[in-house]
Design a binder for this molecule. Structure first.
Ligand SMILES: Nc1ncnc2c1ncn2[C@@H]1O[C@H](COP(=O)(O)OP(=O)(O)OP(=O)(O)O)[C@@H](O)[C@H]1O
Ligand SMILES: [Mg+2]
Length: 218
């Protein structure tokens, strides 16, 4: 199955991806974890451009670079892994495009839906865990991680992080709209719970999957 994690920077996605990977592997499943953008040699170079470039990128340029990275990853890695029967856990997928480039940067949502469809070849997650956190709390986490004093526009922050608090507020509202529009796919989780509590909620959502696999392997 294809499982994705979403949420603004610092929400705890990578933490939960690692915990879930371990849990699924313990129940006998093959698991591949990937982060977006990246995951192939070409896509990793696009990642560097997007996150580390000092040059300004236009919003449409940014959109298409993310889409190019995603198309690479879907066709070369995700599809083949799913076809082999592996689980794939993605740290961000097309909902990030809708939230960041759409609601955050203000690009046309219909255009984004079309670009997302092209970049994913129509592939949709079976389940998405959205970790909800305020931009203020997420920045506190990031700053304490980097041992920086709390100040915005620090040069230590990467290009995406330096877009400012207002931007992250729009992105978060975007995620809320995306989530409430697709309640069957997207599980909304309070990211201020402890990592263990969040993991438990995630495991419970996947209970049938995890138990079925356990039975098969025993
Ligand atoms: N539930 C939690 N409660 C408190 N701190 C947490 C929680 N989950 C993760 N953290 C801490 O918050 C920081 C950010 O977590 P993590 O890297 O998992 O977030 P992320 O969503 O992957 O961020 P990014 O989008 O920047 O990759 C880390 O220092 C992590 O240890
Ligand atoms: Mg992360």
């Amino acid at each position: 199955m294809l499982i994705t994690f979403e949420g603004i920077d610092g929400a705890g996605k990578s933490t939960q991806v690692t915990m879930l990977k371990k849990r699924l592997q313990e129940s006998g499943r093959e698991v591949l974890t990937l982060r977006e953008p990246g995951g192939t040699a070409v896509a990793e170079q696009i990642r560097e451009l997007l996150l580390e470039s000092k040059h300004e990128i236009t919003p449409v340029g940014e959109l298409l670079l993310f889409a190019a990275s995603r198309a690479e990853l879907v066709q070369k890695v995700i599809r083949p892994a799913l076809d082999k029967g592996s689980d794939v856990i993605l740290d961000r997928f097309f909902d990030s495009t809708t939230a960041y480039q759409g609601y955050g940067r203000g690009l046309n949502l219909e255009l984004l839906a079309e670009v997302n469809r092209i970049a994913t070849f129509g592939l949709c997650p079976d389940i998405t865990f959205y970790l909800d956190i305020t931009p203020e709390d997420s920045l506190m986490r990031k700053f304490s991680e980097k041992s920086l004093p709390l100040a915005f526009d620090s040069e230590e922050l990467d290009r995406m992080e330096s877009s400012g608090l207002e931007f992250y507020r729009r992105v978060r509202e975007g995620y809320h709209l995306i989530g409430s529009g697709q309640p069957d796919r997207i599980v909304m989780i309070d990211a201020m719970k402890t990592p263990a509590e969040i993991h438990q909620l995630i495991v419970r959502s996947l209970e049938n999957t995890i138990c079925d696999s356990g039975k098969n392997s025993s």
